[in-house]
Structure formats: C-alpha cells, structure tokens
Design a protein around this ligand. Structure first.
Ligand code: SAH
Length: 475
C-alpha cells in the first residue's frame, strides 16, 4: 500500500470514483472536478455521466483523465450515428443530443462574453440551430494513404492485411495514419459514392496510394464540393505522376459521375499537400462551380474560400444584415471580407460597401463575383488589415457609418480595434467564430460601445464550434 502510494505520488496518477461530469470544455472535451476541486478534462464523456476517472498527465492546475467505468450514462446522450465515432476526430459531439449541443454552445458564448470580456449583455437571443444536423457541408477534403489505421479488432485478429489502402481522415495527432471511411455523414450524395468508387477503382487498377513516411505513391488527396445549385466539383491530387494511370482514373470518374460540373486534378510532389501554390488542371467541365444565395451567384474555383455550410451561412448573413439595419445612405466597411460575400449580400441596402481582405485570390473572386452579380457599389482591397485599414485609407474611401467585421479565430489585431475607435462608427456588427477573442476585442471597445444584441449561430452541428454575432452601438 505504501509502495502504491509512493508510486502514485511519484507518477501523480489518480483514480477518482463516482464523479459526475459537469460541463463541456474547449475542443470537444468535457469537465469533471476532483474531490480537491481541481478540474479534470475528459474525452468521450457527456455532462451528466457518472464515472470513475483514471487521471493521466497532471498539468499545473488541472488533470487530464479518462472514464474507466460508467456508473450512469447521462440523459443528454444520444447514440452516435457514425461507425467511426470516437476514432475519427471529426464530430466529437455526436454522442450528445442536438438540443444539448446547442445549449452548451449558447452557454460558451455567454460565459466568454461575461467572464473574459466582463461585458454587460442585453437579453440573449436563443442560438440559431441548423435544420440539417447531418450532411450539411458543401466541401470535404479526404486523404489517401497506403497505411490505413487498423482497428483494435483488426490488430487483435493477428491477420496480415495486404491491402492497407485508405481514403478518409487523419487520425487525430497521427500525421501518417488515415482512417478509411466508407460513409461520412457530413456531405450529401454522391460524396460517399465518389470517394468509395475512386478508391475501389484505384485498388483494382493498381494505382498506388500515397505513403506519407517514405513520400511515394500516386493518390494524395481528394476534394469534393457539392453546392445548393446542384453543381459538383471534384479535385484529385496526385503526388507521383503516371500519365496513363492518371488518365485512366480521371476518365473513370468522368464516365461514372457525369453529373460532375468541374473535374480537375493537381500534380503536387512538394512536401505538403496544400494546393494553393499549385496549378489545378481541368480534366472535364469548367474550372469553377456556382453557389447561390438569395439571387446572388458566387463563382467558386478549386482555391476559393466559401463558407462550408451554405444554408447556415445564409442565416448568419441575414442576422448580420438585420443587425446592421441599413437605410440605404450608409457607407459600410466589411472587414475580413473573404470572397466578398457579406459585402455583396448587403450592397443593395447601402450607399457603398468597402471590403478588405488579405488573400489576393479571394479579392480577385470578390471582384469577379460583384461584376457577375451586377453590383457596382462595392470596392475591394487586398492587404493585412492592420496595415491597410488606416486613417489614410478612410480618407480615400469614406468614413464608415457601419463596420461589419468577421475576423479569423485570433480576432482583430489591436491596431485594427484602435483604428475603429478612432473612427467611432455609429454601429459595429461583429461576426466571430471564436467568442473568446471576440470578448477580448469587445472589452477594448466597451467604453465607447454598448452591446445591443448578441446572437449565437450554429454552423457545425456535432462539433463544438460556434459563431456569434454582436451588434454594438455608440454610447
Ligand atoms: N466574411 C467572409 C470570410 C470570413 S473568414 C465570409 O463570410 O465568407 C476571415 C477572413 O479573414 C479570411 O478570408 C482570411 O483570409 C481573412 N484574414 C485573416 N487574417 C487577415 C488579416 N490579417 N488581414 C486581412 N484579412 C485577414
């Protein structure tokens, strides 16, 4: 016993019994508290579960642990629909009822605004949930590998597996292991059929799959986009090239899926598999597809950014537009405009819209789409926000009455917030995919601005991600 205690102290491993999981935490984890009050972060448990916890690594002020025995399963649980739940890193909340997911997302946003931002909130509008809680993504990216992730049962069976080719997702934190996916619940048909058919044809025709350790093999990644107009884009990325085999495969895809609008490929033998600096070659059809939203059309090519949940992007933009409540005579800035979708969505209701974004290709798309949509009161500029968005820029483009801002997860650069506070527009609509950095930024503005409305929006059911839109008015 003494020995066990000293070992336990040395290793600082603990077994805590009959503990209730009390909350969700960042990155899809959940939280329980040790008897001494210290926080324990857990995976694959749901608030309301009562469990025995084996702690692993102890960090400074908290533990990481896992449930080794379940005494009671939470009534917030539901059966995950996916066979790969718990192995695939994708949909960490599939084991929680959707209304509970929404409640936790709502809570997270409110808590961040209050605890991090110390902000005074108006009555909080209930989170906008999704109608479609599966098959909601318009874009999926799969990876090929010749070293498939084997399940526990497969390893225990002692069998040899000749064919370890896989197409699916990376196992979390394992850069060289791919979980083979037969059915993913995130993108509608024919997504699964396209992926599985390519995989089967490649195996039958001896087209090699990428080996990430030794860097060889042909098939590297597969991107599928299926949008609301019904148009489909497929981009196959090859590492090594073999013209005959490449053409055989591409022709097979074209013949089997004549509904593909844009069938393209990339030959990329550099170390990483991003295609942004690569030539994308059209095999059949166009080099782009069109998505549409409220009569606007958006041209999307292989490298374009577009919100991945089209239906919910529409809801998000409507909320931003309602919050801005434009009369028609305002100059509006759309900061972090991406491909200019929000700018174009609100243009009809404004005198002029100015969009700023750092990715040149996105701005090229934004300009092209504006012409296509016959919108002539928008202007787009490329550059790092902290450098472009200056007094000089405001002098040239007009003082904004309303600023809409939709920064990446890190939130706005301090200089950008300072610039906004120099301008003091009447209204600010802050769209955020990370309410922690949003809270930080709002705190910096709280002397001059009052929060009038705050509305969380769920764009990614089954995950812990949540967007939040806040309307600020000058005090
Ligand atoms: N509002 C757009 C995109 C929002 S995503 C939409 O709804 O589609 C955030 C955008 O900020 C991305 O397009 C990203 O490229 C851009 N971005 C990131 N850092 C930036 C910076 N420092 N300066 C300007 N834009 C930046």
């Amino acid at each position: 016993m003494t020995y066990f205690c000293s070992m336990a102290r040395k290793k600082k491993f603990h077994l805590f019994e009959n503990i209730e999981v009390i909350d969700t935490a960042a990155k899809g984890k959940s939280v329980a508290k040790a008897p001494d009050g210290r926080v324990i972060f857990l995976s694959n448990t749901v608030p309301g579960d009562i469990i025995d916890i084996q702690t692993g690594r102890k960090r400074k002020s908290y533990f990481e642990g896992k449930a080794v025995k379940f005494h009671k399963l939470s009534d917030k649980r539901t059966e995950p629909v996916c066979d790969y739940f718990g192995v695939c890193g994708g949909c960490k909340w599939q084991n929680m009822k959707y209304e509970e997911q929404l409640a936790y997302k709502q809570n997270e946003v409110t808590n961040n605004l209050i605890r991090i931002g110390h902000l005074e909130l108006p009555e909080v509008t209930p989170i906008a949930g999704c109608k479609e809680i599966y098959f909601y993504r318009n874009k999926m990216e799969f990876s090929f590998s010749d070293s498939r992730w084997l399940t526990q049962e497969e390893i225990q069976s002692g069998k040899d597996f000749d064919n370890k080719n896989a197409c699916g997702f990376h196992i979390p934190r394992m850069w060289d292991k791919i979980l083979d996916i037969d059915k993913c619940h995130l993108q509608e048909d024919p997504s699964n059929d396209i992926r599985n058919s390519i995989k089967k044809f490649a195996v039958e025709n001896d087209i090699s799959f990428f080996n990430p350790r030794n860097q060889h093999g042909m098939l590297r990644t597969l991107m599928i986009r299926i949008v609301k107009t019904g148009e489909i884009m497929v981009v196959v990325q090859f590492f090594e090239d073999d013209k005959e085999k490449r053409e055989l495969l591409m022709q097979f895809i074209a013949d089997k899926f004549p509904e593909i609008t844009s069938l393209q490929y990339v030959i990329n033998n550099k170390g990483n598999d991003t295609i942004y600096d690569q030539d994308v070659i059209v095999f059949k059809g166009r080099d782009h597809i069109f998505e549409q939203m409220e009569g606007l059309r958006f041209k999307i090519n292989a490298k374009s950014f577009y919100q991945t949940n089209s239906d919910q992007a529409y809801e998000l933009y409507k909320i931003a537009r309602d919050f801005a409540n434009l009369k028609g005579d305002e100059i509006v800035y759309d900061l972090y405009t991406g491909t200019g979708t929000i700018a174009q969505f609100i243009a009809k209701k404004a005198k002029k819209v100015v969009g700023v974004e750092s990715v040149p290709e996105a701005i090229a798309d934004a300009k092209e789409n504006a012409i296509l949509n016959k919108i002539n009161n928008v202007e787009f500029f490329v550059g790092d926000m902290a450098k472009v968005f200056t007094q000089e820029f405001i002098k040239q483009n007009g003082t904004p009455d309303v600023i809409i801002t939709d920064p990446p997860r890190d939130g706005m650069h301090k200089k950008v917030v300072e610039e906004i506070l120099q301008i003091l527009p009447n209204k600010i609509v802050y769209v955020s995919c990370n309410s922690a950095t949003q809270a930080r930024d709002l705190a910096l503005m709280s002397n001059d601005y009052k929060i009038i409305k705050t509305q969380a929006v769920d764009m990614f059911p089954q995950t812990f991600h949540v967007e939040n839109v806040v309307l600020l008015e000058k005090r």
